[in-house]
Design a protein around this ligand. Sequence first.
Ligand code: AMP
Length: 542
Amino acid sequence: MRGLMQSWPLTVPSVIDHAARWHGEREMVTRTVEGAIHRTNYAELHERARKLAQALRRLGVGKGQVVGTLAWNTHRHFEAWYAIMGAGGVCHTLNPRLFAEQLVYIINHAEDRIILLDTSFVAILESIQTQLPNVAAYVLLTDRAHMPDTTLSNTLCYEELIAAEDGNCDWTPVDEDDACGLCYTSGTTGNPKGVVYSHRSNVIHGLAVNCADGIGARSVDNVLPIVPMFHANAWGLVFAGPMAGCKLVMPGARLDGENVCELLTGERVSVTAAVPTVWMMLLQYLEKTGATLPHLKRVIIGGSAVPRVMLEKFERDYGVEVVHAWGMTELSPVGTLASFKSGMENLSFDERMDIKVKQGRPIYSVEMKVTDDAGVDLPHDGKAFGHLLVRGPAIAGAYLKGEGGQILDEEGWFDTGDVATIDELGFMQITDRAKDVIKSGGEWISSIEIENLAVGHPQVQEAAVIGVAHPKWDERPLLIVVLAPGTTPTREEILAYLEGKIAKWWMPDDVAFVAEIPHTATGKIQKLTLRKQFETYKLPTA
Ligand code: AMP
């Protein structure tokens, strides 16, 4: 027997339709690229997205056409997403932190026809425009008064495009499985690969990620997505926010501690999300100024592992609940979130932190397992670590144009490239990227765990652990640290801090002090570069 419910395609425009109809007055606040604070609401955003969809159609955007965006989190970028997807197009988010040659590669590979960009990124595209033969027009996300002098050809003014339309149009009819979004993986080895989201996968992920044990944003919440729209879909908040009808606060270009603190307090933000480096800047600012977080209830942290010291500061010093999240571009992007289960209410502070440093439990729509090298499932005992595999309706089944070939095994599992444990209660913990794991005498050492402990040392600002060649053990860990300004702890002091916190054989064989640790365009430690830099490093134990 078939179900007799209405067949209602899960499409992205239905999200903004819902927000405009039922939460039309709810605000969106933006710190604009021009500097001023801008206020609008879902009703206005809806109308302007429709006008932009009309304008984009006039520029030739139709079903399946790829339109690039190179922009900060702002109301205009939000409108552009809904307009592109609503016109049947595919919104390709470009990461401004990529090298110019990577941008050239992905813009051409994706066949972007039009690029919408913030004025702050004009110089980047000017320098590569001769290598972008398919791009027919550049739309500057600003008004006439702020249009910059530029050598970009075929530039259009965003506000003029919108002003010329009446908004009297329907969204382009699409199938829920049609493509609507595109984001390239970072590609630390080889070329970046395109992850193609569908209307259906975006809607499912938006619903799943905002469950009560997930991001948990309600209509009464004021939500600040600092995690950028240009990478990993702002963790789904651009869909989940309007679904829930919450106020969205868009931070624009200024993500330093002072500006973030001002938005958190000024806009009474209750829920926010960003990678650890953003929170490091905020916590440093709070410590320096004595400012507090009177309205903030929950902070979602992911993209890299949350150091325990950060978790404890938020929870103990500022009374803010931390939810640790893990995901990747291929997962739309969120896979797990660490929130408590029944029975954990009476745990001590330390026991609760032990749970929260883990990356958490899968949200509905994500299936997950860990396997050994032979593909055999490992037990959920919190100890056995192996390859982390996932499958689900908002998880990539292939990359754009078949790059990378077949990416699923015969049972449909996708290998995340991460190494993890899963404990008895289903909490997953990442120990490493598979290619970063340190193999010492045939056993694996988790670089992430040592890094997270090391940054708990008050004089360590940032830490990275890599494997360095060793004649007896194959590889041994080297701890690389950036010290807090004005401090000079010795190698012995730092190693003594780790003693007793990790197994003896995990203890780094040496400590190297550096001025800076290299990062990828998505803010992760660039281990490949570090390994090259320390290729010939001689460990004292060698
Ligand atoms: P990306 O696709 O650029 O978002 O990168 C995804 C990768 O980031 C994952 O495969 C993990 O290696 C890493 N990652 C994301 N979140 C976390 C987390 N909470 N802890 C540790 N690693 C993480």
